[in-house]
Write a protein that binds this ligand. Structure first.
Ligand code: BDP
Length: 328
């Protein structure tokens, strides 16, 4: 061995040694799942949260994000979170509706008058109460993220009123509430995982779906479903959560750090979100899609009575609805 190679072998051994000391048994690497790709605001916000945790702990706590459904569809990742096989998960509230009845309340059609109203509710006591309801089911809520407004798009015709929905096959998330909402409008609801929607639209298995601007754009659904009506039927927010099994294994001070980093990722996410909505809208409009911007929402709202009856079934759930509606 020449002196130089001996030296570099020594350097390599030292580096490995250093690395091994750095990656000590106390190190925590949280695995975090998201259905969206790496450039989507929800994923970027969790990356930011991981950066904060790493900075605060000199690298002892980090987050490794797995975007783009690498760990499965939301139904799978929710299951993994509950059994402790996944640490952190970012999903929409809708696929939790069937598991935790309280999560159905912010998903209800037209429950919020505006995004600001939704923020006021979810950033305060209502949001806390809904997060607390997750715990007996094995999940700990860390933050609510924005998801804008969900609206209908389809391959067949512009929707101007509930009558135009008649008979259309509309994909919904795995939530009985969303099934009921679409059926109350006279369409046929098809629950389906997010990753299957593009092909289903393209091959005509379904006629349409519903989502916000960024998801309509990022999935390229807008390329096959050209009609988008801004009926804004649901502001169902996103939730960032941790497995309760994993949470219970953390020290109290690490739990605090996780909560603080999650809270700081919210304003960061909201800024990215607003920019992404504008950019996605530009892409879709640039594609020449037919956007029904001015839609009379009243007939859509009027059709939703049965949905409230079906899902607001206890005094506790009714109380949540009343408190949200009474908010300024
Ligand atoms: C998007 C949500 C994502 C859902 C998806 C869907 O961000 O969590 O999986 O909608 O419709 O807006 O399934």
């Amino acid at each position: 061995m020449t002196p130089v190679t001996r030296l570099s072998a020594l350097a390599a051994a030292t580096a490995v040694g250093l690395f091994m000391t750095a990656a000590s048994a106390d190190d925590i690497v949280f695995r975090a799942a998201d259905t969206h790709d790496a450039d989507y605001p929800t994923v970027q916000a969790v990356d930011y949260m991981g950066q904060l945790l790493s900075d605060w702990t000199s690298g002892r706590i980090t987050i490794e994000t797995f975007p783009g459904r690498q760990l499965g569809e939301e139904r799978d990742t929710i299951e993994q979170t509950i059994i402790g096989a996944l640490d952190i998960n970012r999903v929409n509230l809708a696929p939790l509706n069937n598991i935790v009845p309280e999560t159905a309340i912010p998903s209800l059609p037209y429950i919020f008058r505006s995004i600001d109203h939704m923020h006021r509710a979810m950033d305060g006591e209502i949001g806390q109460q809904i997060m607390a309801a997750l715990e007996p089911h094995g999940m700990v809520g860390l933050a609510f993220y924005d998801s804008g407004a969900r609206s209908f798009y389809n391959t067949v015709r512009p929707i101007n009123s509930p009558e135009d929905m008649e008979g259309l096959r509309i994909r919904v998330q795995n939530s009985d509430l969303f099934v009921s909402m679409v059926e109350a409008l006279g369409a046929n609801a098809t629950p389906m995982e997010f990753g299957q929607v593009y092909d289903a639209l393209r091959t005509g298995v379904i006629d349409g779906a519903e989502n916000n601007w960024p998801s309509y754009e990022s999935t390229r659904h807008f390329e096959v479903a050209n009609y988008y009506t801004l009926d804004q039927h649901s502001l169902s927010p996103e939730i960032l959560m941790m497995s309760k099994i994993v949470w219970d294994g953390l020290s109290e001070s690490d739990q605090d750090l996780v909560m603080k980093a999650a809270a700081l990722s919210v304003p960061y996410m909201r800024e990215l979100w607003d920019a992404r909505v504008a950019a996605s809208r530009d892409v879709v409009v640039g594609n020449g899609n037919e956007i029904v911007e001015e839609v009379d929402k009243q007939p859509f709202i009027d059709a939703m009575g049965p949905v409230y009856e079906q899902f607001v079934t206890t005094p506790e759930l009714q109380d949540l609805v009343d408190r949200i509606q009474a908010m300024p």
